[in-house]
Write a protein of this length. Structure first.
Length: 596
């Protein structure tokens, strides 16, 4: 979208800086996400421990109340010893328990454990006397005892209509002891995990920085070479960086799957009071998914998953992604006409196309300008127009702008792949791309897509099944997954949905399991696994040995995803959520039943 400007001494470094930025963000998230999970679990467990302690004290207070009521109904003025022996036996059943009976005036009639000789009185301003003064005949207590200075959680009840109250309390330190031990164990697991992830990200960042430095040195040495050779070399550099970035993103996909599936499991087990902490985990997972998606989009290794999206929701959300690519001297206007019909595209590829067009527009407007992006209906299609006020494209170059590696930028400054990626996006969606340009006035790129059925539209960033109750299945599933944490979370989730799951680490192990027991309804397997046989080879072997056994594949690699889809296999692109997993298994179960 720009004519040839003067050749700079060094190539544009936006791509390298973007890679470094996202890798640093990845390293930061590798530290934050595990500790966000730790904090949420710790808060939930703390509240649960206190709640359980209060319920225990309520039960003990109820038992003490029944004994005291019988004593006062059979004796006009029961002696303190009547209660002390009973309280001693009752308190011994629960470590750290205190029991007492207190008059309405605050006088302690009897207590266990015993205190010093002399009259004992409850604090007039304490929680017990305050509740009595308000006329309450039962309730929960929490505070520091005036008598022994111990902080307790407790409950009290009035003994019938008598002006006396039984009080049961538990030492808060004792009540929270189990919670602290669990917390230390969880921290001992989280700390090395987060440090390991941060170390992996740091190593990837260092390797990327060294690779960028080497690439720049190579650019200086090859500065005088022909334009096509330089563009090809630049694309190879991006390919290598893409492999590295894609590998890091794949590791994060597994991490996000573990966090997301465990958050789903935790959400099913807690009450409404703890939903806020679970929602915080889900927000952190959503941020991690967005980061991973943008890393994969940059590296061109995002698994292509076309879906029907509503442009009125998707495009405004991309403004924050496009503005940094333009710089401060270029304005951005985006307008999506009301009633614009949905289209079926891969959102990650669409984001990359708009970023490529924005970068081209920025280079065409070195002194600043305006980029205008509009979308609207055109007959049975939807057309997106990207207009800049830049220098334009020379007429002799118009026929070649969509050719791979063709660029009007100086040697080393561009790959010639940006507009070819845009063209490929439109072609894969069944649409078209064209360019109109005038030298000195600007360029407009038109992206046209077939309109999709409105009823199937979904927001561009929607997650299948999030927040919806899981369907119940009755399947016997053989799961093949080498990542232990992903396997554990997936297994527990499927078992919660009613499945019986057998886990195998490698395809060879899974084949041994099937050799012993063929009573499985479905096989769920990862594609990329260390060792000899990968998921695609394993699927082919299963089809040969057990042709009626359904197989569902999982992967985070676009290359493997494309290979699997070319064979009409069922593939779940990582990271997927619980709803999509259960729904896919349900569909395969139904399909197998129809063909049986």
């Amino acid at each position: 979208m720009q004519s040839k400007p003067s050749e700079p001494p060094e190539p544009d470094s936006d791509v390298e800086e973007s890679t470094i930025f996202w890798l640093r963000m990845a390293m930061l998230l590798s530290l934050l996400i595990p500790w966000a999970v730790f904090a949420a679990v710790a808060l939930y467990a703390h509240d649960t421990s206190l709640y359980e302690a209060q319920r225990r004290m309520e039960r003990i207070a109820s038992i003490a109340h029944e004994q005291a009521l019988r004593a006062y109904e059979t004796q006009k003025q029961p002696a303190p010893e009547t209660f002390t022996a009973f309280y001693r036996e009752l308190a011994n059943s629960e470590e750290g328990t205190m029991l007492s009976i207190v008059g309405q005036d605050g006088r302690v009639i009897a207590r266990w454990p015993l205190m010093r000789e002399g009259e004992l009185r409850a604090s007039p301003g304490g929680p017990l006397m305050t509740a009595i003064a308000r006329g309450e005949n039962r309730g929960l207590l929490r505070g520091v005892s005036r008598l022994d200075g111990v902080k307790r959680i407790g409950a009290f009840r009035q003994v019938g209509r008598y002006p006396v109250y039984v009080v049961a309390g538990s030492d808060e330190e004792t009540a929270l002891g189990s919670w602290r031990r669990q917390l230390y164990a969880l921290a001992a697991f989280i700390l090395p995990l987060s440090l390991c992830l941060a170390f992996i990200s740091w190593q990837a960042l260092r390797r990327t920085q060294r690779h960028i430095e080497a690439s720049r040195a190579l650019h200086r040495e090859a500065h005088e070479r022909q334009k096509v050779e330089a563009a090809l070399r630049q694309s190879q550099k991006l390919e290598a960086m893409g492999h590295l970035t894609g590998g890091v993103a794949h590791d994060f996909n597994n991490l996000l799957m573990v966090v997301n599936l465990n958050a789903t499991l935790l959400k099913q087990k807690v009450g409404e009071a703890q939903q806020r902490q679970i929602e915080a985990i889900e927000r952190a997972v959503a941020a991690g998914k967005k980061l991973t998606r943008q890393l994969l989009a940059f590296s061109r290794r995002q698994p292509l998953v076309p879906r029907v999206v509503d442009l009125t929701e998707l495009m405004p959300a991309l403004e924050d992604l496009i503005r940094p690519a333009l710089g401060s001297s270029i304005g951005l206007e985006m307008n999506v006409a009301a009633g614009t019909r949905p289209v079926k595209i891969d959102t990650g590829e669409f984001e990359l196309a708009l970023i490529n067009l924005a970068i081209n527009a920025r280079d065409a407007m070195p002194d600043g300008g305006m980029l205008n992006i509009t979308a609207g209906n055109e007959g049975e299609s939807v057309e997106i127009a990207v207009r800049d006020t830049g220098t334009g494209i020379a007429p002799e170059n118009m026929e070649r702008v969509f050719e791979p590696f063709f660029t009007t930028k100086p040697v080393g400054s561009g790959t010639g792949l940006g507009l070819s990626q845009v063209y490929g996006l439109c072609a894969r969606a069944g649409g078209s791309a064209r360019i109109e340009s005038q030298v000195g006035k600007g360029t407009t790129v038109f992206l046209r897509f077939p309109a999709a059925i409105a009823e199937t539209a979904e927001p561009g960033a929607a997650n299948d099944g999030v927040g919806q109750p899981l369907e119940k299945l009755s399947l016997r599933v053989l799961m093949v997954e080498d990542n232990r944490d992903v396997a554990m979370a997936t297994r527990e989730l499927l078992e919660g949905a009613g499945c019986r799951v057998v886990h195998a680490v490698q395809p060879d192990e899974a084949l041994e399991v099937l050799g012993r027991d063929q009573r499985f309804d479905l096989v769920l397997t990862d594609i990329v696994m260390p060792g000899g046989m990968d998921g695609l080879q394993f699927q082919a072997e299963l089809r040969r040995l057990y042709p009626k056994l359904p197989v569902v594949l999982m992967t985070g690699y676009a290359e493997k995803l494309g290979e699997a889809e070319a064979k009409n296999l069922v593939v779940l692109p990582k990271p997927f959520d619980a709803g999509l997993l259960v729904r896919t298994l349900r569909e395969q179960q139904a399909r197998a039943a129809e063909t049986a």
